[in-house]
Design a protein around this ligand. Structure first.
Ligand code: SF4
Ligand code: SF4
Length: 726
């Protein structure tokens, strides 16, 4: 991993009675160590990447404690690792992004849940749902129900989150069942504090050697053991879990004086609900609510008698449950029916079935609920007036804007090495006509958005090639599949490349080799130049491709758009049948800049010469047709007023954020657009000869130009020097 988490690692060493300050996901990391975890692993993905990242940097501490860390190559591998807890009383934890990661892990998870566990097993899932999400919108709840694993959904408050981690292990052990701890984006990033405990050495660590393997056929997932395992889930594990949740009060009930109604909520939504109640004048700033609250820190299984106790004597409750289907609302209705309670359950009738429950959404739903049920002693008119205030603010904002804010699609970073590949694909498309492009997961998925709009389907991480093979025979031209190096190691090598070769499929695969799992925060990959052990791992994409029999393989340097275009056309037209693989090489620019900026800063401070390339557009030459912008999409390439008073079209311009990758100029040359791009270098600590040449140039330019046009340094005092112009 490229980023360092030294400060965060220090907080993992806090002992008894000290105070941890920080993010929710880091509190989970500390709580794992306080729980005596024996092994931990996972696959990176927002919003839980930090958990593994921090543990990677905390290796010395893990070594002291004897905790094993596995940076898994996929969620399936991480889930299978939890098999260590089936036969042995080892506490283990794994983490990934859900629901996509849970999809990948589900084969191993089903087997794990069926076999049951002796050691406490906790799966920390980052529930990537709602406005900040980057994946398909589904819920992890379905996995908990189908495999009978318990689902914790703590309210976003650090002491509660930490308590649920610690109790989660106990719950897992008492009920022999894996437990999932669901953290929404906001819970992962909520800041707070909690009183720490000293880290616990695992009961069984890598310092304690297991002498004899345990064999127990009843824990093998093979009939007839699987039949007994299913019965064990229902007859022992579920009742044991419900008892534990009830006895240890994992769900929380907050009383209120307007007690003829109540609100039941997923724990993760507690902060939103309380904020809305505060806005409506029904709660104070500390969360003391006038309406009784039942906070489900455990959303599966529910505790029927606890639900019935909360609802008894109430005419109605509101179930605040984000996403669909309405599993909890249905379950509540069943529990109340069986208990013969007449409390009416509202939920998806006043709140939307799909989409994130933002505070505005909850505000509108809660006001509708209050209007329907008219709780004793609650001023419903005041609550309704609050919605009118919000509507008023929105209307005023719209009138001030004059028009709706235009949508701004996300895009590649400035200088991203993946952008030139899509510029080249655009040029190929212009010359050869369009073909189907199977996109994949990673930064390169931005290609599906403006200005490229390249990529017809996305079927999962590393699945770009696999998702094109059914279509390839039906297409006149070869179809093109895209895959990142992260996707290649995650799934693409076997399900994509090996499968395509096995079936003698004929297509073109472009592998973006940027050196990191960039989209998740620059974690190392098997083919990175570094690994956790330091130095390369010895695994390369090229060797792997050769190993599965790929014969047509070409490497391109991404920023050479002309060459990339030629190689793409070659792959599309060659008479050779079979898979054609283009490895597109270019280091992730964000990672590179992070590395290079620090190196350059040191050199500049030490008085050494540093040259930084910059690109520009000659506004006297630019015709203002903006083809360069459409073919590049770089955020540093924008427009400005045309300096020529006789022309009205704005001209292209390059702004300060340019990192000098050269793509815009390359694209202009490869697409034969225009000669208006030029390259300069900012030279820090120039040599004596360079200073002399600079002085001579400035004098000549000043002599040639009018006095007003004579160049002056744009940043006074900065040691900068235009060394070369082309
Ligand atoms: S993080 Fe790296 S690979 Fe991703 S868009 Fe930015 S520069 Fe490109
Ligand atoms: S050289 Fe061009 S494409 Fe590269 S960062 Fe600068 S403006 Fe963007």
């Amino acid at each position: 991993m490229e980023r360092s988490f030294k400060t965060e690692v220090e907080s993992l060493r806090l002992g008894d009675g000290q105070t941890f300050h920080g993010e929710g996901i880091l509190a989970v990391t500390k709580a794992l160590l306080q729980s005596g975890v024996s092994y931990v692993g996972g696959y990176q993905g927002a919003p839980v990447s930090h958990l593994i990242d921090v543990l990677v940097d905390a290796k010395p501490l893990l070594d002291e404690l004897g905790v094993h860390l596995e940076t898994s190559t996929s969620e399936a591998a991480a889930a299978a690792m939890l098999g260590a807890s089936i036969n042995y009383p080892l506490r283990g934890a794994a983490t990934w992004k859900a629901t996509v990661g849970t999809n990948v892990a589900s084969d191993a998870l089903s087997n794990l849940a069926s076999a049951g566990v002796k050691g406490g097993t906790l799966i920390v899932i980052g529930e990537d749902y709602g406005e900040g999400a980057s994946i398909i919108q589904e819920r992890s709840h379905a996995f908990a129900m189908k495999s009978q694993m318990w689902l914790l959904d703590p309210r976003p408050n650090l002491p509660t989150i930490v308590n649920m981690v610690e109790r989660g292990f106990e719950l897992s052990e008492i009920s022999n069942t894996p437990v999932m701890l669901e953290l929404r984006i906001r819970a992962c990033h909520v800041y707070g504090r909690f009183a720490t405990k000293a880290n616990r050495r695992p009961q069984f660590s890598r310092h304690d050697v297991i002498e004899k393997p345990d064999f127990d056929f009843s824990r093998i997932c093979l009939p007839p053991a699987t039949y007994a395992q299913e019965k064990h889930k229902i007859e022992h594990r579920m009742p044991a879990a419900i008892k534990f949740v009830r006895d240890h009060k994992l769900n929380e009930i907050f009383a209120g004086d307007a007690n003829d109604v109540g609100i039941v909520m997923q724990g993760g939504l507690y902060n939103t609900v309380v904020r809305v109640l505060h806005q409506l004048g029904l709660a104070d700033a500390f969360g003391n609510s006038r309406i009784p609250l039942y906070v489900l820190n455990v959303t599966y299984p529910l505790v029927p008698d606890e639900v019935a106790t909360f609802c008894a004597g109430k005419k109605a409750v509101l179930m605040v449950e984000e996403g669909q289907p309405d599993y909890l609302e249905q379950a509540l209705n069943v529990i109340l029916r069986r208990a013969d309670l007449q409390t009416k359950v509202h939920g998806k009738d006043v709140l939307p079935m799909a989409g994130e429950y933002t505070s505005e959404t909850v505000l509108r739903g809660l006001v509708k609920f209050l209007d329907l049920v008219a709780p004793r002693g609650v001023d419903v008119a005041r609550a309704k007036a609050r919605v009118e205030v919000v509507d008023g603010h929105k209307a005023k904002a719209m009138s001030l804007l004059g028009a709706p804010v235009p949508p701004r699609p996300p895009s590649f970073c400035t200088g991203c090495p993946e952008r030139p590949i899509f510029s080249a694909l655009k040029i190929v498309e212009r010359e050869m006509g369009p073909t189907h492009i199977s996109a994949d997961i990673g930064c390169h998925t931005f290609s599906t958005l403006a200005p490229f709009n390249l990529g017809n389907t996305v079927l999962g991480y590393g699945m770009g090639l696999a998702s094109s093979v059914g279509l390839a025979p039906n297409f006149k031209k070869r179809v093109i599949s895209i895959m990142g190096d992260g996707g290649f190691w995650h799934n693409g090598l076997t399900n994509g490349v090996a499968s395509a070769n096995f079936n003698k499929d004929d297509g073109v695969l472009v592998i973006m080799k940027n050196g990191y799992s960039s989209a998740t925060g620059w974690q190392w990959l098997p083919s990175s130049l570094q690994s956790r052990a330091g130095g390369p791992s010895g695994m390369t994409i090229e060797k792997a491709l050769r190993g599965v029999g790929v014969r047509w393989m070409k490497k391109v340097y991404n920023y050479n758009v002309g060459n990339v275009t030629r190689v793409l056309k070659d792959a599309m037209t060659t008479a050779e049948r079979g898979l054609k693989v283009i490895i597109a090489e270019g280091e992730c620019m964000l990672a590179k800049q992070r590395r290079v900026r620090a190196e350059d800063a040191k050199k500049i401070q030490a008085g050494q010469r540093v040259a930084k390339p910059k690109f520009g557009v000659d506004d006297q030459v630019c015709t203002g047709d903006h083809s360069c912008i459409r073919l590049s999409g770089c955020p540093s390439l924008t427009v400005k007023d045309n300096p020529d008073k006789l022309r009205r079209d704005p001209v292209a311009t390059v702004i300060e954020t340019c990192v000098g990758c050269g793509n815009c100029g390359e694209v202009s040359h490869a697409a034969i657009l225009c000669p208006s791009f030029y390259k300069t270098e900012l030279v820090y600590n120039p040599s004596a000869i360079e200073r002399l040449v600079d002085r001579v140039r400035r004098r000549v330019i000043a002599w040639l130009a009018t006095p007003e046009a004579a160049p002056t340094p744009s940043v006074p005092g900065e040691a900068r020097f235009a060394a070369a112009a082309e």
